[in-house]
Write a protein that binds this ligand. Structure first.
Ligand code: NZQ
Ligand code: ZN
Length: 388
């Protein structure tokens, strides 16, 4: 196991009706900005309920944060935070609203051009660059990204999606009430399962470093998703299935699975380009790229793939190559069983667009991906060809 440091200050409130806790966790005198998306939280009555819980506090709303939140939208909220002297933000939504809120709070306290904050990539923005933020909490409405308990955000700007990380961007608290997610369309639930699955495997199917706890945590998450996946898509109000999805999603990307182990974020990096170019949902892009990536990288990932075949899918018969083949097939079938298509061509993308995708990866400096940095643009191209 590699050396590591672990820090996560987000307080979690999990369960039915936990939303009441926001009263005690936001100062009584705070001027609160509620950030939200395209309207689902309004239509469900969630925002009204939150306003009631906030009581006499001064509350301002900023809605319209779109999926794959755009810089131009978020900058408008930065103006509101500054002009209205906001001292607490409450993000009500999925990954896009929470990520957008992280960017809003960082940019509100940055003195230069806020687009500078998009240039750090996976390097954490230091306290010399942004030294304080407006504190924020979240009410999660979509289990998928883990943004409710991590310090990362992904922001859309011009023709790309840019990761932003900063330890000041951890939510102070997050409310995880599975019943709030009952109104999700089936496709978003399926996207969330795939996103959680891929976050887990990108920190697990690399090469072994004898990290037994992290491996078994990852295997537990994957087995949970396989066990509850179809049920929670088919039965949106099955509380137990949904509760297990919500906690899996948070656990998959709050840092715990990934400590002290190699990580391979290739699928996310290629997936971000597919969203930026063609508007394909984040979860769907991952279901397109990952099975193809495993096909192309099966030798590099051989030992962990065999462990995955054995411990996650319980494949015992056949040669090693056959076990790996079957594990890849089962992975693809799992995504398809949730209603998510796994080929680029299923989304109307034509083969001639592969050049453009590779070009964009190059433009964004994504030329040495994977757990060892050996994944060149030519290998990305091979993955995209397989994914077609
Ligand atoms: O905007 P509204 O009207 O609220 O509708 C949303 C949106 O259209 C809807 N929705 C959310 N909760 C709902 C609901 N509809 C009905 N009932 C509810 N309870 O769902 C749609 C998608 O929402 P979005 O927030 O975009 O989805 P998700 O949570 O999957 O977030 C995706 C974003 O997160 C980024 C992705 O790149 C993408 O931009 N990621 C963030 C990460 C992080 N911060 O660590 C890691 C991830 O890998 C990911 O990259
Ligand atoms: Zn993701």
């Amino acid at each position: 196991m590699y050396n590591f440091e672990f820090y996560n200050p987000t307080r979690i409130f999990f369960g039915k009706n936990k939303i009441e806790v926001i009263d005690k966790n936001i100062p009584a005198t705070a001027r609160v900005l509620i950030t939200f998306g395209g309207g689902s939280a309004k239509r469900s009555g969630l925002i009204d309920k939150i306003r009631t819980i906030l009581g006499d506090r001064e509350v301002i709303e900023f809605g319209g944060i779109e999926p794959n939140p755009r810089y131009e939208t978020l900058i408008k909220a930065v103006d509101v935070v500054r002009s209205e002297k906001i001292d607490y933000i409450l993000a009500v939504g999925g990954g896009s609203v929470i990520d957008g809120t992280k960017f809003i709070t960082l940019a509100s306290n940055y003195n230069g051009d806020p687009s500078d904050l998009l240039k750090f990539g996976f390097r954490s923005i230091s306290l010399d660059v942004v030294s304080k933020v407006v504190p924020f909490g979240t009410v999660l409405t979509l289990p998928a990204t883990g943004s409710e308990m991590n310090d990362g955000a992904v922001i859309s700007f011009e023709h790309g999606k840019f990761p932003v990380m900063c330890e000041l961007a951890f939510p102070r608290f997050s409310v995880l009430d599975p019943t709030i997610t009952f109104t999700l369309p089936k496709i978003q639930v399926a996207n969330g399962i795939v996103d959680t699955f891929i976050h887990t495997v990108e920190q697990y199917i690399t090469y072994p470093v004898d990290a037994k706890v992290q491996d078994r945590l990852a295997e537990g998450l994957l087995q949970t998703l396989i066990e509850i996946g179809e049920t929670t898509v088919a039965e949106p109000e099955n509380y137990d299935a949904r509760a297990n999805l919500v906690w899996s999603a948070t656990m998959a990307l709050n840092g715990i699975v990934g400590v002290g182990v190699p990580q391979d974020w290739t699928t996310h990096m290629i997936g971000h380009e597919l969203t930026a170019l063609f508007g394909i949902d984040h979860g769907q892009t991952l279901a397109i790229v990952y099975p193809a990536l495993l096909e192309v990288r099966r030798d590099k990932k051989r030992t962990k793939l065999l462990q995955y075949a054995d411990r996650v899918w319980h494949i015992s018969g056949g040669s090693e190559d056959e076990k790996i083949e079957l594990a890849i097939l089962k992975t693809r079938s799992f995504f398809e069983s949730l209603g998510i298509k796994t080929h680029l061509s299923d989304y109307g993308v034509t083969a001639d667009k592969i050049d453009l995708i590779v070009e964009q990866l190059g433009e964004h400096g994504l030329t040495a991906l994977s757990e060892t940095g050996d994944l060149t643009l030519d290998i990305s191209r091979a993955i995209l060809v397989k994914a077609f």
